[in-house]
Design a protein around this ligand. Structure first.
Ligand code: AMP
Ligand code: ZN
Length: 453
């Protein structure tokens, strides 16, 4: 199968599927009864596909012709993609619809001969496995997928690996603009998009630290290490392996093996415990970075999914605000649970002592900004025509300023309390790395709870 590197801008929507409309059987020796039985079994096991309509095994109907021209998805390449508006229209199917749209635009159906029935069976089962909770739901999965698409589809000018002769007084030439998509293999791209859709599957709305503390059975199973990320990866992979969901069936064994490796690497990279290690590895590698090298492309793919996972402060304020309200509500629900269990309430999770602006200030300063900055400085963030810099950076700086102003107003209005919520912050609980982690965390609140695990 020849499917190496993209040399195109994604084309807008074609229909590749009509030929598969009716199950056929070329085996002359089978009786018509056998054929009928087979067809009905396969229908029962796999859903149906008639002309442009696909009905999944659980009865969810998708009209691909409609999907191909759905105006709701016409802004997929925009950073301000109105995800909440679209999710109100498709509350149960936002993830499968967006994945379809992105696979189509990236020509992955055609390149990998993806069966539409298996595709929809899988992605619909996947989205059903996301809980109806405030933040870690299927809208977040769709948002991360969208982030990966945006970051990979627009041209960027990577600054790494530029060797400047020590004799030369001339500035290094401006690197060529090309999308990351055009420099990844199509298999890597399909793995990245699939991993984004899978990356928080069956998230229970509690943090790793909480699951470890209460000795949840997932924590026991994964020995307290990347508990949630291991769970998301393992359980969604099991779902993918079901024959009716196995949309990657046409990959050859070597591709299949690599696809699995990449999906697992991408999902496990979303554990914030590895945050600074990944940024540091990238910074250390910068001078020699070469996108012809597989391991360098993997590292860049990890940055993309990580940036997409914590993208909210880099979105226009309205979107950022909604995501903030959602993560805070999910944190408060954990705080309520901790109170019921007579556990210490994790900082920022006490709804009676909400410190939203401080949480956001800290999250942006210590978690989002180091990653966004590393990507920006290495030219990995798209700068769209008419803009002087990346819209992610513009939004992040604007949002950060707003939170800081809010803190100033709060501080001016109230007498400071004893610790100002700066002990054992939830961010640090989630993002604490190994003891030899670099400095960025120095300035942030204590990491005690995570480090003492
Ligand atoms: P994930 O659980 O894969 O979505 O990893 C991202 C983590 O980043 C979340 O679990 C939150 O702990 C944290 N996070 C994301 N957005 C925010 C935010 N706006 N404020 C505070 N923490 C956040
Ligand atoms: Zn996530």
């Amino acid at each position: 199968m020849q499917k190496k590197f993209f040399k195109f801008q994604p084309s807008y929507i074609k229909n590749y599927w009509k030929t598969e409309a009716t199950p056929t059987n070329n085996n002359e020796h089978e009786t018509s009864v056998d054929q009928l039985r087979k067809a009905s079994v396969s229908r029962k096991e796999s859903g149906t596909h008639v002309d442009t309509v696909v009905t999944t095994i659980d009865g969810q109907r998708y009209d691909t012709k409609e999907l191909d021209h759905d105006p709701d998805f016409s802004e997929t390449a925009e950073w301000a993609f109105p995800i909440f508006q679209i999710s109100r229209k498709y509350p149960k199917t936002i993830l499968s619809r967006l994945t379809y749209n992105i696979f189509q635009q990236s020509e992955l159906f055609r390149i990998f001969k993806v069966s539409p029935i298996k595709f929809f069976n899988f992605f619909h089962a996947l989205e059903k496995g996301y809980w109806e909770i405030p933040y870690h739901n299927r809208i977040h999965a769709a948002d991360v997928l969208h982030g990966c698409y945006y970051l990979s589809v627009h041209p960027v000018r990577p600054q790494f690996g530029v060797v400047k002769s020590p004799d030369s007084l001339l500035p290094a030439p401006l690197p060529q603009a090309a999308s990351i998509m055009s420099q990844m293999s199509t298999l890597e791209l399909m793995a990245l998009f699939t991993a984004a859709a899978m990356h928080d599957y069956d998230h229970p709305g509690r943090t790793n630290a909480f699951l470890v503390t209460v000795e949840d059975k997932k924590a026991i199973l994964y020995n307290d290490r990347s508990v949630l990320e291991n769970h998301h990866a393992a359980e969604s992979w099991k779902l993918l392996n079901k024959s009716e969901n196995h949309f990657i069936e046409n990959l050859d064994p070597a591709e299949m093996k690599r696809f699995r490796y990449l999906v697992l690497e991408y999902i496990l990279a979303t554990d914030l415990k590895q945050h600074f290690e990944i940024i540091m590895t990238f910074n250390d590698r910068l001078a020699d970075m070469d996108l012809q090298v597989e391991s360098d492309r993997l590292l860049v793919g990890k940055l993309l999914i990580k940036m997409a996972d914590i993208n909210s402060p880099t979105k226009p304020y309205g979107l950022h605000r909604q995501w903030t309200d959602r993560i805070c509500e999910e944190f408060y629900e954990q705080g309520d649970d901790e109170r019921r269990r007579n556990l210490a309430i994790t900082p920022y999770m006490d709804r009676g002592d909400a410190q939203v602006a401080k949480l956001q200030d800290s999250f942006i300063a210590h978690v989002v900004s180091p990653l966004a900055q590393a990507m920006h400085e290495s030219g990995l963030l798209p700068i769209l025509p008419g803009l002087e810099t990346s819209e992610l950076m513009i939004n992040m700086q604007h949002n950060h300023r707003k939170w800081k102003e809010e803190i100033e107003i709060e501080t001016a209005n109230y007498e400071p309390t004893c610790n100002g919520g700066s002990v054992n912050g939830v961010i640090e609980e989630e993002s604490a790395s190994t003891s030899d982690s670099p400095d960025p965390r120095r300035d942030s609140p204590s990491l005690d709870s995570e480090l003492s695990q």
